[in-house]
Ligand binder design. Structure first.
Ligand SMILES: CC(=O)N[C@H]1[C@@H](OP(=O)(O)OP(=O)(O)OC[C@H]2O[C@@H](n3ccc(=O)[nH]c3=O)[C@H](O)[C@@H]2O)O[C@H](CO)[C@@H](O)[C@@H]1O[C@H](C)C(=O)N[C@@H](C)C(=O)N[C@H](CCC(=O)O)C(=O)O
Ligand SMILES: Nc1ncnc2c1ncn2[C@@H]1O[C@H](COP(=O)(O)OP(=O)(O)OP(=O)(O)O)[C@@H](O)[C@H]1O
Length: 585
């Protein structure tokens, strides 16, 4: 596959795990770990002699173990972690936390004498033990803000962290794009790391004197107990739409996993967006399901379907609502009104798309609850700024990131049906507001080894909203990419046929397997009045072809294709020159 200039090589899992750890962890005596489990109500059987020097770290993968670690051997979908215990012990692990099946596996490898803490639910116990080893849990800090929902977690987290900084708080971020502890940054592989790593990170954040950390909490993180042993001062919900059904089976189960974050045992306060996503159904249900005290947010004119909340439940009054909305630069100006007091917060968000008003409004309320309502005036002051200024002007890498004009060229992380609808709509809205009329071209694929049902749905959405649909590879992981493209194309073609029949509009559909070639093809087809949306990969810099990592950063590739396209156009066109403007990052 052809590629543009190579991005830096990703960190190995061991390098990344090491980057999460604090510089110093005092040794925790073995009996203290058993005691911590008992205090958390987790029954543990202690086997073997206690390791003499105690435990100085915890890891859930044999490949990242460091000397002095407790190795946590969990039963996995593909293997039991205990099968890798010998490697972990060779790397310096001093004991193993596992279940009965894991202990039997250890015995089968001649490792029956190894110090073992045996529990029933290993992932839950891992959080408790890691909290104790890294000196965390309870009020140890930093203050935690959680964000969950299908779409908008990263954006809401970045905006929340920017707001915290504007209020003079030293912030941290844990999420899909990066992990940041004060000034220290590490690229992420998972949206929410494992419990063992999260507790190490909390210790690192304490070392870095982070006051408040904002953490994206994926449904996987709740289901796999990655957040065990953490406590959130406040947690927010963006929306729920189709995704990850491969893992959760049904929307109801997906909802239940997300709802787990709002358990009062985990979270002190919940902020729930009622009318995000495809309508109020899941937001209203989440506000009812949350056990923690709830503040509700109604998006009003910023909702994907304004008015749907009132239709859904005419008697429902949200605590806060977006009361006014107006275009402001590429983004929007909005007013957030508190129903009980009439207090208003005026704000301007720089990111295009009404859904980014939803993300910004949620970020404001999360930060308000994190810092305390006594800071409302200070918050109001940092929010009320001219367009393009202030904390909510912050760009988020690969989220509606504008990389070129004439043609408008936008890279977005949309990789599920609702994300695509929102991204296409906001591109159209922003272009309409700017008075630009032209065609919409979309380039996208779908990741392998992930929810398959969404593929034809995304194909149909693209055909409905775009004039030119170029289906290409996303990261295929272990799947053959050709059938993935075929699945998307089936949805796109069926919808294009319907559109031709019923509306007389022609949608051009092309298949270009190589993503870089597909990007160049879109640039070749686009005129200066057109808009290109390159969806699905956002900030990602590599594609995984069955274990082979191929470098490709959509933002770099699109900029390079635009620059090359402009050069070709200048050389070959007489008369008005087609001159694409590339926006540097
Ligand atoms: C589907 C999923 O989430 N799987 C998670 C699950 O894997 P698994 O049950 O298949 O584990 P396994 O391969 O059977 O291995 C069992 C155990 O042996 C260990 N092992 C394995 C091999 C070895 O050599 N040594 C070793 O120690 C593994 O670390 C694991 O602890 O348990 C592993 C250990 O906890 C996770 O790393 C793994 O996440 C994988 C990497 C993953 O890609 N997860 C994605 C889907 C994910 O979590 N995504 C969400 C966000 C998605 C979104 O919102 O878009 C996220 O939070 O990132
Ligand atoms: N509030 C929202 N409602 C609907 N779509 C959104 C919203 N916010 C962002 N999106 C769309 O979803 C994409 C991903 O946004 P973002 O990274 O903020 O979400 P996320 O929840 O972190 O996603 P992921 O869990 O997949 O990393 C964006 O590029 C945009 O297309």
């Amino acid at each position: 596959m052809t590629t543009p200039s190579d991005p830096p090589a990703p960190l190995t899992p061991a390098q990344q795990d090491a980057a999460f750890r604090p510089s110093h962890t005092p040794a925790t005596p073995w009996p203290v770990l058993a005691q911590a489990l008992a205090e958390a109500g987790i029954a543990a059987h202690v086997h073997g002699a206690a390791p003499a020097d105690g435990v100085t770290g915890v890891s859930l993968d044999s490949r990242v173990v460091r000397p002095g670690d407790l190795y946590v051997a969990v039963p996995g979908a593909r293997a039991h972690g205990a099968a890798f215990a010998a490697t972990a012990l060779e790397a310096g692990a001093v004991g193993v936390l596992t279940d009965a099946a894991g202990r039997a596996l250890l015995a089968g490898q001649g490792l029956a004498d190894v110090p073992v803490l045996e529990v029933d639910a290993v992932r839950t116990a891992a959080g408790t033990v890691a909290a104790r080893v890294y000196g965390g849990g309870g009020d140890a800090g930093p203050r935690l803000v959680g964000v969950t929902g299908t779409n908008g977690k990263t954006t809401t987290s970045f905006l929340s962290a920017a707001l915290l900084e504007a209020l003079g708080r030293r912030s941290g971020i844990v999420g899909t794009i990066l992990i940041r502890a004060g000034e220290r940054e590490v690229p992420s592989t998972l949206t929410t790391p494992e419990a063992t790593q999260l507790h190490a990170l909390m210790a690192l954040m304490r070392e870095e004197q982070v006051d408040t950390a904002v953490m994206e909490v994926s449904s996987h993180a709740v289901a796999y107990q990655r957040i065990a042993g953490l406590r959130y001062a406040v947690a927010g919900f963006t929306n729920l739409t189709q995704d990850h059904l491969d893992m959760h089976g049904s929307m109801q189960e997906y909802f239940a996993a997300k709802a787990g974050l709002f358990d009062p045992a985990r979270t002190d306060h919940a902020v729930i967006t009622l009318d995000g996503g495809e309508g109020p159904r899941w937001g209203v249900a989440m506000a009812r399901a949350a056990g923690a005290p709830v503040t509700t947010l109604a998006l009003g004119p910023a909702a994907p379907t304004p008015g749907a909340l009132a239709e859904h439940d005419p008697g429902l009054r949200a605590d806060w609502e977006v009361a006014e909305l107006a275009p402001d630069g590429l983004g929007h100006r909005f007013t957030l009104r508190h129903a009980a007091t009439g207090r208003e917060l005026r704000a301007s968000v720089g990111l295009p798309g009404r859904f980014n008003v939803a993300n910004a409004a949620l970020a404001v309320l999360l930060v308000l609850h994190a810092v305390g309502e006594e800071h409302l005036d200070a918050l109001a002051a940092v929010l009320d700024v001219p367009a393009g200024e202030g904390p909510l002007a912050a760009a988020v890498p690969g989220r509606m990131e504008v990389v070129g004009r004439e043609p408008d060229a936008v890279v977005d992380f949309a990789h599920n049906p609702d994300g695509m609808v929102q991204a296409l709509r906001s591109l159209a809205d922003a272009r309409a507001a700017a008075g630009t009329r032209g065609r919409t071209l979309i380039v996208f694929g779908s990741a392998g080894d992930r929810d398959r049902d969404k593929r034809p749905v995304m194909g149909a959405i693209a055909a409905r909203a775009a004039d030119v649909v170029i289906v290409t590879d996303d990261t295929p992981h272990s799947e053959d990419p050709a059938p993935i493209r075929a699945h998307i194309l089936a949805g796109a073609r069926a919808e294009a046929d319907r559109i031709a029949r019923e509306e007389g509009r022609t949608v051009v559909i092309e298949e270009v397997a190589d993503r870089f070639a597909a990007i160049r093809r879109a640039v070749e087809l686009a005129g200066p009045q057109d808009g290109i949306l390159l969806a699905g990969r956002g900030h990602e810099t590599t594609m995984d072809y069955d274990g082979e990592l191929v470098p490709l950063d959509d933002r770099v590739a699109l900029r390079e294709a635009l620059a090359a396209g402009a050069a070709v156009a200048s050389a070959s066109v007489s008369g008005p020159v087609r001159e694409g403007k590339v926006i540097e990052s």
